[in-house]
Structure formats: C-alpha cells, structure tokens
Design a protein around this ligand. Structure first.
Ligand SMILES: [Zn+2]
Length: 426
C-alpha cells in the first residue's frame, strides 16, 4: 500500500482495530507509576524512563526511528519517502498529576504512535517526516514549574530551572543526572522551527461539552488565558445580637452579592463570540464565629477567556462593581494579582482544516476553545499549531475516574490520518 492507496480516512475496521491497540498501550503504560494503586508518573523518575523505553521499544518493533532528547522527551519518527528536513510533529505529555488518570497526555502520544506503526508496517510514508513526541513534563507536579518538556524544544527553557527542588530536596539538575542527562545540554533539545510544518496535539477534552453534544471529537481554536486575584474585603466584626442591621460592615454579605453578580455576568457571555469563565473557588471568613458578624473575607478570583481583551474588560468591570459594593457596605478592598497567562490562538488555517475533518467524520464541524493549558500553548509560539479534542466520560480528568471509549479513539485516529494525508502539504 502506498500513499495513493491509503484511504482518505482509515478504513473503519482498521481504525477500530488500531483503537483497541491504543487502549491496550494506555493500559500498559498506566502500570508505570511511582505510587502503587494510583496513576502517578513524574518528570525524570525511573517510571518516566521506563515509559520512554517502552515507547521506543514499541516503535522499534515497526522499525521506526527513535531517540530521547536532552530534556528527557521521547521521540519516534516515520522517515519521509525523500530527502527532506521538513517534519510534522504529533504529541503530548507522558507525565501525570498524582492520583491522575490513564489518558490525560499519554493518549496524545500513544494514538499517533500506533498510527505511525500502522503506516510503517504497511510501507506508507509521506513527503515529510512524521514525528511523535512524548513530553516528559507538562503538569509540573515534580518541580512546580509546568511545561518543561515543550519549553525545552521551543527554546523557552530557563536556566534557573536547574535549581528547582522537588518534595525530597532533589534539584532538577540532580534529577537529570540520575536520569542520565546533563542539564547543561538541555539547549540541544531545541528544534529548528523552520523545519516544522505543523504541531498537532490530540488530548482528552477534560470538560463535558463533547459529551453534552453527543460528539466524539472537535477541533480546538485556542487555549484560554487566565488571570487570578487574591481579594480581601475588610469590614468590622461585631456581636451578632447587639449591632443593628443598619449599622453593620458585613464583608461576607458584600462578597456574596458580588459572587452571585459575577457568576450571572459570566453566564451572560455564554453566547458571545468570546465567552468568559469566572470562578471564586476559595472563600475564607474571619473571624468565623457563629455569633460574630464577618469582619473580613478573603476570596480568590479566576477569570479565563480565549480573548484577552474580552477577559480584561470583564475583570475591570467586575472589580469596579466590587468597589461600589464595598463603598456601600463601608469596606476596604485589598487586591493582589497572583497569576497572568495570555490566551493562545491555534493556527487559523490548520484549525479550519481540522474543523473540516471533524465535520466530515461526525457531521458537526465543531471547534472548541480549551480552558486548560497544554503543550500546544508553548509550541504555538514557534510553529503552526492546532489540537484535536476527544470526549472523556463526564468531562472528568486529573482523577482516577478518567475514562474514554474505544469508538471515540477510532474516530480520532481517522481524524489524525485525514489531517496528515490531506491538510499538511509542503
Ligand atoms: Zn494534559
């Protein structure tokens, strides 16, 4: 079989068969965990090494070229059918959060690996190299800093990261040494973006939208940028029985009113071009007595949108409203911005192409935006990047209950194949 004979989409029975292999590999690699009974695989651990080795072995069974880079990322290559240095890269991360699931990250490594094995076993190759990468760190669960693997290949690695320390006092530099790497050579992991036609990441959705729409997959148009704040409202504590209702400076009442308004305002953006998600996830009430008027309240605010200016306008508006409420209740506000990340757009033409592929396979050409961060955020800064989301049960992720179905994997494999076959052209 050559490229011309390879069906525009994988024959259904082939995709179904390969999907079973993907599920088997995910199950197999779930065994490489540092905490028995849990999915827990962190950067530069023996389990990370065993995972890289297993991916390489599986690839070598089909005579694919494999290597590990200087940041501990595992690579697999289906060589082009001609002399070229152009490549497309498919990948995701191999690390997990503690007590995580079996599919977050690894699905986006294993699914393209199985496809490459199928291509290699059937003598199929393309005018460009097709690479699969398994990034060693995305979650940041060992050293605190996230996206270390993709940062290394994108030239965004920060030399101060060598001093990061894990929970046992091991520095990143020491961990690299134990892994068989040299931290002073991480820059060698950097790729030449001029040679990359596209980066494509398959990832479970980690949210409920696809399940609600009864769809297996969607394209992804971008990754939301987030801003976070720590807010304190300072009022006056007092006796619940002696301070009249008209004389109170109750910080919790103002905070509660604001949270309800904030939620309503975010709900009202659902049908906007750029919806905003706003969350108060933490509330601390002082002094916290049953018979004491709340003197002060600490609350967190997390606001996200695929469009930074939609997000920032929303924040400015809501913080102004908070000030009004604080004045009306006689409260003082303290505000600290604790986190900022810019929104990242996926490559427009590749995302349109992927949306078309999704439409052909499912009847619904849907593109979602991602509220969670991904390696694709980093790659998008240097190469044309897009993603494919796959449904996961209940939208649950970062949890042992994470679950996917083989039928959806089959559709995802067909989508990846169509994208590579038809949408990536030199
Ligand atoms: Zn992930």
């Amino acid at each position: 079989m050559d490229k011309a004979l390879l069906h525009k989409k994988l024959p259904r029975e082939t995709a179904d068969k390969l999907a079973i292999t993907v599920m088997e590999y995910c199950e197999l690699l779930a065994g490489y965990t540092q905490t028995q009974g849990q999915m827990d695989r962190r950067y530069l651990t023996p389990e990370h090494k065993r995972t890289n080795n297993k991916i390489a072995l599986l690839a070598q069974e089909s005579h694919l070229h494999t290597w590990q880079d200087q940041a501990g990322n595992q690579w697999v290559r289906l060589q082009a059918n001609q002399e070229t240095n152009q490549r497309i890269i498919l990948g995701s991360h191999t690390d997990t959060v503690p007590n995580g699931g079996k599919y977050d990250g690894i699905l986006g490594v294993v699914a393209p690996l199985v496809l490459l094995k199928h291509f290699a076993d059937n003598g199929v190759c393309f005018d460009f190299h097709v690479d699969v990468v398994g990034f060693g760190d995305e979650e940041g669960t060992r050293f605190g800093a996230t996206l270390l693997g993709s940062s290394a290949i994108s030239g965004k690695w920060k030399s101060k990261w060598r001093e990061l320390v894990d929970e046992n006092g091991v520095t990143l530099a020491q961990a690299m040494h134990s892994f068989g790497l040299d931290v002073s050579k991480v820059s060698e992991a950097q790729i030449d973006s001029n040679h990359v036609l596209a980066y494509l990441e398959l990832h479970i959705e980690q949210g409920p939208v696809l399940e609600e729409k009864n769809l297996p997959i969607s394209a992804v148009n971008g990754i939301a940028g987030a801003r976070r704040f720590a807010i304190t409202l300072e009022g006056k504590a007092g006796h619940a029985g002696t301070v009249p209702m008209g004389s109170r400076q109750d910080s919790l009442v103002a905070a509660s009113q604001w949270i309800v308004e904030l939620n309503k305002a975010a709900q009202n953006t659902i049908t906007d071009e750029y919806p905003v998600l706003a969350t108060v996830g933490k509330l601390e009430v002082y002094p916290g007595g049953v018979n004491v008027i709340p003197g002060s309240v600490g609350l967190s605010l997390d606001v996200r949108s695929i469009n930074d200016s939609a997000r920032d306008t929303f924040i400015t508006d809501k913080l102004e409203r908070l000030e009004c409420l604080a004045n009306a209740h006689g409260l003082r506000i303290e505000l600290e911005e604790t986190h900022t990340a810019q929104a990242v757009s996926c490559d427009t033409s590749f995302t349109e192409a992927m949306t078309e592929v999704v439409g052909l396979l499912t009847g619904t050409p849907l593109a979602l935006s991602s509220g969670a961060g991904h390696d694709a955020m980093v790659l998008a800064e240097i190469v044309p990047t897009t993603m494919l989301f796959m449904r996961c049960e209940g939208g649950i992720s970062h949890n042992p209950k994470e679950s996917i179905c083989t039928e959806d994997v089959s559709v995802s494999l067909s989508a990846l194949t169509m994208f590579i076959n038809e949408k990536v052209v030199i």
